[in-house]
Design a protein around this ligand. Structure first.
Ligand code: ADP
Ligand code: MG
Length: 324
């Protein structure tokens, strides 16, 4: 059932002066999966990726790629390719020359490299754009060229460091879907870096949550969202209410809390007063000053409620998670 491990990372650490950028990281990455390194800025994601690529040397620890220790090998001796956020295309070369570049350096002959470049171009749906220069392309198209340029080498692993960061929201959401579909089609292992939790939830087979150079949690999007193992994860991925009740510290997602005028809709209920209702498009966030002394947010109203009215907040205990 479990897929073979393509990358095995053990005890990986890297410091820059006093900063422990990556701190004792252990991680197995499976063949053909879409895995995302998620964490706030400065949590060590890029440094992990750069060590996998070979642009950065670990202080300690090992990286096995296909069973072979590559920790000390230069980038060109590793069967991985990187797509950078700024695309790093050659501005004076047209699209097809940009894509072929790596093959030319490797000495692949002309007809072979043209055929492979055309195939990569098709994979990213850019047929017909062969002779355009990067400046004549949109941001999304440039991103695709950068992808094709990496895919043409047929690496066993593709590393993507915030590749959608420069795109506006609409295009970004479209590219998230396309990239995920492309990954499925080519079957290459993708290691994707983002600080955007929604992006991570949308795209990934598994998510690795980073905080201060360490792994906080590894799991499927569902596991991470439904069962965060630390308050850091519960707050970084999705939104959560921190509530102290019956001497216990618990977390509940706003969508699991019903706000109503009096009836309770669960085996846990708390009284409060509706302070504000904030419309945010698909949902409305109900801010309730609770009798526990804090503000509790619900996105799940059962009836129309006016600001200032007394309300009951209720939820099922099964939806709570404990935070140590
Ligand atoms: P992320 O990609 O999650 O934002 P990085 O891996 O880029 O995080 O950085 C992790 C930490 O290491 C940060 O505190 C960053 O400032 C530091 N760092 C990264 N690269 C260097 C470098 N070349 N020199 C000094 N500090 C660095
Ligand atoms: Mg980074």
């Amino acid at each position: 059932m479990t897929k073979p491990v393509i990358i095995a990372i053990r005890g990986l650490s890297r410091a820059f002066g006093e900063v422990r950028a990556v701190n004792a990281v252990d991680l197995d990455i499976f063949e053909g999966e879409f895995i995302t390194l998620l964490g706030p800025s400065g949590s060590g994601k890029t440094t992990v990726l750069r060590m996998i690529a070979g642009f950065e040397k670990p202080d300690s620890g090992t990286i096995l790629l296909g069973g072979k220790d590559v920790s000390q090998l230069p980038p060109y001796d590793r069967d991985v390719n990187t797509v950078f956020q700024d695309y790093a295309l050659f501005p004076h070369m047209n699209v097809i020359s940009n894509i072929e570049y790596g093959l030319r350096v490797k000495g692949v002959d002309k007809s072979d490299r043209r055929a492979r470049a055309m195939q990569a171009l098709q994979q990213v749906r850019l047929e017909g754009y062969e002779s355009r220069k990067p400046a004549q392309l949109s941001g999304g198209q440039r991103q695709r060229v950068a992808l094709a340029r990496a895919l043409v080498n047929r690496p066993s692993v593709l590393l993507l460091d915030e590749p959608l960061g420069a795109l506006d929201l609409k295009l970004r959401e479209q590219m998230q879907i396309e990239l995920k579909e492309l990954q499925r089609a080519v079957g290459i292992t993708f290691i994707f870096v983002t600080h955007d939790q929604e992006e991570a939830l949308t795209m990934s087979d598994r998510i690795v949550v980073f905080n201060h150079g360490r792994i906080e949690q590894i799991g499927t999007p569902r596991e991470i969202y439904d069962n965060p193992q630390s308050s850091f994860v519960s707050e970084f991925v999705g939104q959560t209410n921190k509530i102290e009740i019956e001497g216990k510290k618990i977390n509940v997602r706003p969508e699991f809390i019903v706000v109503s005028k009096s009836t309770s809709y669960g085996n846990r209920s708390v009284q409060g007063v509706l302070r504000d209702a904030i419309f945010v498009g698909a949902t409305t966030r109900y801010l309730v000053d609770s009798s526990l002394g804090n503000t509790i947010i619900s996105t799940n109203p059962r009836e129309a409620i006016a600001i200032g009215e007394t309300v009951t907040l209720s939820w099922d205990k099964e939806k709570e998670f404990l935070i140590q």
